[in-house]
Design a protein around this ligand. Sequence first.
Ligand SMILES: [Mn+2]
Length: 233
Amino acid sequence: MYDAVVISDIHLGSDNCQAKYLVHFLGEVRRGAMQTKRLILNGDVFDSIDFRRLKKHHWGILSELRKLSDEIEVVWINGNHDGPSEIVSHLLGVRCADEMIVESGGRKLLFLHGHRFDQFITRYPVLTWMADRLYRFLQRLDKSHDFAKFAKRKSKMFLRCAQKIEHDAVRYAAKRGCDAVCCGHTHLPVANTAGPVRYFNSGCWTEKPCHYLTVLDGTVSVCAYTEDVPALV
Ligand SMILES: [Mn+2]
């Protein structure tokens, strides 16, 4: 049984949210096909607090999360898109936090969304908005998402930003005496085990394939969710 399963950046309410995959994934956790002591939602569960944008499958995810929280510990960590924690906490029926530490296999693992280390979104809000629009447009053009993914990973602006978040998160985790830090926010799945403090990023659920982290005896793994989902009715 895993000490934790971690997902982030679901962006419920956005049109690129891979909700049907996530309903399937959460169902597997709840039915025990993937057994874990806790589920950590590492920020940006919602795309905005405009709940009119939530579609049927998006409400299905909230319902799965509520059911899961009756059986295992579900913790939601605040992201920059989520809105007031009192509202989210009520909607999901789960505990909210800005960050959390989990002890696993004698190691201290720190979980936080990572937007606090991102100065780009506060310094250049318009550019951030435009880059996001462009990215979503590319995703719509090419349903495989390969081209949008390629464009993002070639963007120097994006890579610099992702590296800064990694660097600052590792430094902060070291200060707190942790062995590893797990972030979200950049939507880029990462496992960097080279340094004394390891860095992981859980990727997102707005790009195919979707990613998640598993934590077992102090070891964090980045996994892609590739389960074939039956066609939607
Ligand atoms: Mn974010």
